[in-house]
Design a protein around this ligand. Structure first.
Ligand code: NAP
Length: 484
């Protein structure tokens, strides 16, 4: 039988799965997308300066030679354009049902009953049946708005970076930015250029290294287009660089000190004022939080119309932001660059597995999945960009492709032998293996980050080299699963 496959999400992961199925001649799938456009995080994040700090040629599918990249590091519109190009080229758009939010999925012993949010004017939620569910809902898609007292009393305009209010012109405004992560580092420079005053509220400084961005000259673009193998070679070089130098820095290896020196050198070169420099110097190991890769962030902070405030925010008042030193920072706009509810994996969907067990309940101590893909008690459910598959040093698209290949390897098994479920003992061995690998990584101690739960368990990051992940996901899946 050909399995009926529901893919949830039309971002990088969901599209990769759909394209791979098409290429294998399997068309019995549907992609459900809650929004009216594809692109996932690259559709949502339209803030000024939005882009990727992983080079274009690596932050793309390995199977799709794309010669239209205009620069080394892609901007958000280019990435969205790339995804649209892929969806059209591989003809998967016809299989995407937009404006269709999956709210629940329940395993009924043989397959999945998927429930959708009722469409306007209808009371009853619609239910459809599938053999397999592939959840590709991302890790960084639910904005985190901080629990600061008085937030709702603010009488100016406030919004989150992933829900940018483009109708609100920032020219001449007094703007507060709360947060200094990778998103804020990208939008602070263009906001600082427009605003009359910008107050940046930094709770924890980040390690920042330069982003050697540049446009590709027409000659280079032509070379990528016409010289056989050049694009692949370039991609391979960037990949090996990330794997060979950045990964060891996160694993306490030979380049950890080099990364620290590079970041401190960048700070010293770009920030002359010792007081500001002191505020911006982290006191935890580089890589413990996601390293910011940006060359425009520090210069923006040194502008005369920008102030970096490190006093604790005590409340939001109608007229601005109040800090522990008793100051009211009067502003008319607040931008929350406060990140995402990253540890609430699959949160938009209520999954009920074998015997009605709730995935939310099973993950109450933190999300976990074998290879980040499969969960005991939830047969024929596969996760893309699931628990412990995020990277701090390389392209997530690489990981997604490994996951998609694993799912493809599983399909013949589940069609011939019945629903497949990862064995509890496989999961236990995986958990132990992860814990051992995690020991050597820099994320564990010294900082809080979106990589881990409130109790300090790292649920988001993959602790090994990506080459190892590829090998593990490429193993024949049979022994790790039980059937029926
Ligand atoms: P983030 O890294 O989680 O940063 C959130 C910021 O908000 C932090 O500075 C945090 O301070 C601050 N914050 C949160 N709650 C606060 C509170 N109650 N009071 C004061 N400050 C508060 O979020 P993000 O910048 O959106 O980035 C998330 C991830 O998205 C990145 O790490 C990266 O993986 C991805 N991203 C990637 C790119 C790219 O180019 N590839 C670009 C943008 C984003 P603390 O540090 O003290 O918690």
């Amino acid at each position: 039988m050909t399995p009926r496959i529901a893919i949830i999400g039309a971002g990088f992961g969901g599209l990769c799965m759909a394209i791979r199925l098409e290429r294998a001649g399997i068309t019995s799938y549907t992609v459900f997308e809650q929004a009216s456009g594809l692109g996932g995080t690259w559709r949502d994040n339209t803030y000024p300066g939005a882009g990727c700090d992983i080079p274009s040629h690596l932050y793309s599918y390995s199977f799709e030679k794309y010669t239209s990249w205009t620069r080394r590091y892609p901007g958000q519109p280019e990435i969205l354009g790339y995804l649209a190009h892929c969806a059209d080229k591989y003809d998967v758009r016809r299989k995407i049902r937009f404006d269709t939010a999956v709210t629940a999925a329940a395993f009924d012993g043989t397959g999945w009953r998927v429930t959708f949010r009722p469409s306007p004017g209808t009371a009853e939620p619609r239910v459809e049946e599938f053999d397999v569910v592939v959840a590709a809902v991302g890790q960084l898609n639910r904005p985190h708005l901080p629990d600061i007292p008085g937030r709702s009393t603010f009488d100016g305009v406030a919004f989150h970076s992933a829900r940018w209010n483009h109708d609100h012109d920032l020219t001449g405004r007094r703007v507060a930015v709360i947060g200094t992560g990778s998103s804020a580092a990208q939008f602070i420079p263009p906001v600082a250029e427009r605003a009359a005053r910008l107050t940046v509220f930094q709770r924890t400084p980040n390690w920042v290294i330069p982003k050697p961005d540049a446009e590709f000259s027409p000659r280079t673009q032509r070379a990528f287009h016409f010289v056989p193998g050049l694009q692949r070679l370039y991609r391979e070089w960037i990949y090996r660089y990330a794997e060979g130098t950045l990964y060891p820095a996160l694993a306490g290896g030979w380049s950890a000190d080099l990364l620290r020196k590079r970041a401190l050198g960048h700070l010293h070169a770009q920030v002359r004022d010792p007081a500001l420099r002191a505020k911006l110097t982290p006191d935890y190991p580089p890589g413990c939080k996601r390293v910011v890769i940006d060359s425009r962030f520090y210069p923006a902070l040194t502008r005369p119309n920008v102030e970096v405030v490190t006093d604790k925010i005590t409340r939001i008042a109608p007229g601005g932001v109040e800090t522990s030193d008793g100051r009211l920072h009067a502003v008319d706009t607040i931008v929350y660059g406060t990140g995402f509810r990253s540890t609430e994996f699959l949160a938009p969907v209520d999954f009920a597995g074998r015997d009605g067990r709730s995935l939310r309940e099973q993950w109450r101590e933190g999300a976990e999945a074998y290879l980040g893909i499969a969960v005991p008690g939830f047969p024929n459910l596969f996760l893309l960009y699931g628990p412990n598959t995020n990277l701090g040093h390389n392209s997530i698209v690489y990981m997604l492709e490994c996951q998609v290949e694993h799912v493809m390897r599983c399909l013949p098994y589940l069609t011939s032998r019945g629903p497949m479920e990862v064995r509890a003992e496989t999961m236990a061995a995986w958990r132990a293996q992860l814990a051992r690998a995690m020991d050597g990584m820099v994320w564990g101690e010294g900082c809080q980050s979106w990589y881990k739960t409130a109790t300090g368990r790292v649920t988001n990051n993959w602790p090994g080299p990506t080459t190892l992940y590829r090998r593990l996901t490429a193993r024949p899946p049979g022994g790790a699963y039980k059937f029926g």
